[in-house]
Each structure stands twice: as C-alpha cells, then as structure tokens.
Design a protein around this ligand. Structure first.
Ligand code: SAM
Ligand code: SF4
Length: 513
C-alpha cells in the first residue's frame, strides 16, 4: 500500500466533528485528577513566587548553596527554590550551578549520551496550533501518512544504514492516524529486523511516542504493543495563551484534557512519561515553574515524575510567522539557563535537546547535563528513504526546520573527542526498569551501573557495525576507559560483562543487563 495523501478538504472535514472531539475529551478522565476541583498549575501562586524571588536579594550564596545541596541529594526542588535559582546573575554562582548540574548528571546518568531518531509517521492533523506547519488550514503542507511498507522502508535506513536502535515516533492528531494506527506502526517498527552493512541483524528496540493526549483505554492499547516513553509537550502552561494559540472547538483547544494526559498514561500503566514546554510561546520563567508544578503533582498522585523533560524551542515553520514574531522568543543564553536549572530542579530526570537547536547550542547544553540527543534526523514524512543525502530538508513536508543536521557518526565522533560515550541502550524498559522502579534506581545511582554496562555493549555493536576507521580510532579509547572503570568499580559484574563484550565482538547482538 502506498502512503495515503489527503486533500485539504478531507483533512478539514474532521475539524468540527463533534463525535471525534467527544471521544477524545472525556470529562470524567479529567476531573478525577483535580482533587478539590483545583488545577495543579496555580497561576497566581507561580506569579507571586516569581515576584517574591525578584524582590529578594539575588545572588545570596548561602541560600543558593543550600538549594544546590538539595539538588545534589537528587531531591525535586520546590517552586520558591527554583524561582531563586532563576534570579542568579553572579558569574561565580552561575559557574557553581553549572558544575553542580554536571556533577548531578554524572552521578545519575554517568558519562554518556543516549542517541535516538525522530520518525514522523503522519502530518495529517485536525488542529490549528498557530505555530505548527501541520495545522489543518496550512495548504502549503503536503499531507501523507506512512503505510506499513513505508514504515519498513524508513526502518531500513534508520536501523540498517544509520544504526539507530531507539525512535521517537511522531504523529499529527487525526482520526485516520489515531490509536490503532499508532499501535500498528509501533509493532511494524519493532518487527522489522534488517541487516547492517556488516551483515549482522539490526532493528529498533525502543519506540517512544510523541502524539496527542489519549483516553485511558487507548493508552492501555499502546502499553500492550510496547510503547516506550509517552511524550506530550504542553506547549504553554499559561491558560490564556494556550487558549489563544489553540482555538476553541479543536481537540487540542482543551487545556485540561492536555494537562491531564500523563495522569491517564500512568493510570493505564504507561509509566515512562515525557514532559515539555515549547519555549518561545510565553514567559520562560513562568513555564519552568508550571512544569515543576506538573512534576510535583505526578510525584504526589503516582509517585512517579517525568522520565524525560524535552526542551523544544520555537523554530521556523511553513505557513506561519509566529516563530519570528512571538514576543517571548528566547536567546541562546536563556536557553542554556533553562537546561541548567531544569537539571537542578528535577535532578533525576532525563533531559532531551533535539536537532531543532543549532550545533553550538546543543554542544553547550552537553555541559549542563542533558542526557539524550538525536542525530541524522530527517523530519520530512518518508524523509529517510526518499532522500539519500543526510541533512536534506523539505519545508512543505515537515513540521518545522531543523538546525543541527550533523550525522550520527559526526555526533558520535564529536562526543568521543570530549570523552563521552554514546549509548544505544534500551534495556531498562525491556527489563521492566521503568516508572517508579527506574526512578528509585536513578535516585540511588543503581540504574547508572546498568546504564554504564549497557552503554559499553551497545556502543561496541554500533562501532563494529557502522563506524568508519577514523571514528573507531577516536572512540576505542573511550570504550576501553569505560571497560576499565567497570572492572575497577563493578567487580561483581565485571566477568559477565567481559563475556558479553567478547560475544558481541564475535558478531552476537542484543545482549544486555
Ligand atoms: N500533534 C501532537 C501534539 O501536538 O501533541 C504530536 C506532537 S507534534 C507533531 C510535536 C511537537 O512539535 C509539538 O508538541 C510542538 O511542541 C512541536 N512543534 C510544533 N511546531 C513547532 C515549531 N514551529 N518549532 C518547534 N517545535 C514545534
Ligand atoms: Fe497538529 Fe500537533 Fe502540529 Fe498542533 S502541534 S498542528 S496538534 S501536529
């Protein structure tokens, strides 16, 4: 089957379909998460906390060091603590905050960056988000949804030629591409095992999903087919701005339905959830405290905070000028500050910075404790199999424009030169180390040990299957140093690790702890 291309009318036809909206905005699956009828984002409290922090003496080293000590204990910060960090301007204190952020990242996640790739399955969308190239009234966008054969073709490039093991599958919101389609594409991606250039079997081992909020029953379906992280960006937590940018009458126009999407996911057993704000839509300091309130509420109601926090920033997109005209756009300095203070505020969480960012900005963020990056990314629908040259972009087939077009190999070599190991580990989720279980393991440093071992094993696989001689030369010392550290610091595991490692060197694949 070829991918389906729909006309503008066919897309818009669903816009006001009352049935579709009714099925997807279920009042009982919203209200139950607001005990006492109160929303967990308390705007008045956030504004007053920010006001108080601005009036205090900024740069008070005693107060700031107390807060940093709490972050080092891997405890989530309170709103007033994060608000105080936001006011720091003193270069020495800022440097101390940076060192602490990196030290926390190392203690929780060790010296590694996990790599993934986005796979856009469909750009059909019934919504009208004013900043997005996929919004239904944008006639400049060529619409299509991948058929299962096309999903396989994309996997052949992603897994077979580039060497990715972990995807974020991305979907517009549309009845044609809802839960059944999401489930089928996930299963197709998992089942399609292909050959690497060296003839070894390779495939996708973890499929995370970035899609619209779903009802509990639908999330159970995704849980059954092995969804990794369920990622939904709130875009903005500021209700008035949210309602302005997401018109009433659209499914996405319901603020409460979106803000409770992770409550439903956790109730459905999808316990790795990925939060995010689209920075540039509203005041960044407000957004940071609101995202922290969201984190507190998930911790309080489910004992599980965000598995990841993503840092998307508004980028140019077809048919909209908001990414150039929004009064809330942030510069690189502020972006780095957001990454740094997120690391300090929610110390156990994974932090994702994607190819939306320019290379210099992404490189700098590595120093502030990010844990996941994508590379060789192509976000055009069917972009991987249609365009041979990596880095090729088609504005009318993609949601926005990417700024970092480095290949996976270039990225790995860059990290290798900085002594950082690239990981393709997907073992946590396959061994049941998710949700509350992984949260405890991360806070106590146990997960870091498994991660270190699995990073070495999966990096060995990638180097043997995909790396050029030059990249290997850069990365062998990194992997050898990691092996030596395992031998020294994890003596109980060291013998089995060495056995697994040797088996991988001899061509076996997918061995993990
Ligand atoms: N359609 C679903 C939704 O909106 O939740 C799935 C995600 S959408 C395809 C992926 C994300 O891309 C959105 O949540 C939004 O944060 C981000 N996005 C949209 N337009 C963007 C732009 N111009 N620049 C950067 N990110 C953008
Ligand atoms: Fe559709 Fe998502 Fe884009 Fe909004 S952000 S228009 S819901 S794809």
């Amino acid at each position: 089957m070829n991918s389906k291309t729909l006309s503008g009318d066919a897309i818009r036809r669903f816009e006001n379909a009352a049935d579709y909206r009714k099925r997807f905005v279920i009042k009982e699956q919203i209200d139950k998460y607001f005990p006492n009828g109160k929303h967990f984002v308390n705007e008045a409290e956030i504004f007053s906390t920010l006001d108080t922090a601005k009036k205090k003496t900024a740069n008070d080293p005693v107060r700031i060091r107390e807060i940093l000590a709490k972050s080092r204990r891997i405890e989530t910060l309170q709103l007033d603590e994060t608000a105080d960090l936001l006011q720091v301007t003193d270069p020495d204190l800022l440097a101390e905050m940076g060192e602490t952020a990196l030290a926390i990242k190392k203690s929780v996640y060790d010296n590694r960056i996990v790599m993934f790739a986005p796979l856009y399955m469909s750009n059909l969308c019934v919504n009208r988000c004013t900043y997005c190239g996929f919004r239904c009234e944008n006639d400049q966008q060529k619409r299509r949804m991948l058929s299962m054969d096309e999903v396989k073709q994309e996997i052949e490039v992603l897994a077979g030629k580039i060497g990715h093991k972990r995807l974020i599958a991305v979907y517009g919101e549309h009845p044609e591409t809802s839960t059944d389609y999401i489930a089928e594409t996930i299963q197709t991606a998992y089942r399609h095992i292909v050959e690497s250039p060296k003839g070894t079997p390779v495939g996708i081992r973890r499929v995370n999903v970035n899609a619209a909020p779903l009802p509990i029953e639908d999330l159970r379906v995704l849980k059954k087919v092995g969804i990794g992280t369920f990622q939904v960006f709130q875009e903005t937590y500021h209700r008035e701005t949210y309602e302005k940018l997401h018109p009433a009458g659209t499914v996405k126009g319901d603020y409460n339905w979106r803000t409770t999407c992770f409550h439903r996911a956790l109730e459905a057993g999808v316990d790795d959830v990925g939060l995010g704000v689209l920075y540039g839509l509203y005041d960044w300091q407000f957004e940071m405290l609101a995202l922290l309130s969201h984190t507190h509420d998930l911790e309080k109601q489910f004992g599980i905070g965000p598995h990841t926090i993503s840092m998307p920033r508004l980028e140019p997109a077809s048919g909209t000028d908001l990414p150039e005209t929004s009064p809330y756009l942030i510069n690189d300095e502020i972006f780095k500050r957001i990454v740094l203070i997120t690391r300090l505020s929610v110390p156990y969480t994974g932090i994702i910075v994607t190819c939306r960012e320019r290379p210099e900005s992404r490189n700098a963020c590595i120093q502030y404790g990010i844990t996941q990056m994508d590379a060789s990314s192509n976000i055009a629908i069917k972009g991987y199999s249609d365009f041979e040259s990596e880095g090729h972009q088609e504005k009318d087939r993609q949601q926005f424009v990417l700024s970092d077009t480095r290949t996976l190999e270039q990225m790995i070599a860059y990290l290798g030169k900085k002594d950082i190991i690239t990981s393709f580990c997907t073992a946590g989720y396959r061994c049941g180390r998710t949700g509350g279980c992984i949260m405890d393991a991360l806070k106590t440093g146990k997960e870091g040990k498994f991660c270190k071992i699995n990073a070495v094993l999966t990096f060995r696989e990638w180097l043997d299957d995909f790396a050029s001689a030059d990249t290997k030369a850069i990365c062998e010392p990194v992997i050898n140093r990691e092996l030596a550290e395992i031998e020294k610091n994890l003596p109980l595991f060291s013998k089995t690790v060495k056995e697994h490692y040797d088996r991988i060197c001899n061509g076996e694949r997918d061995l993990f702890f």
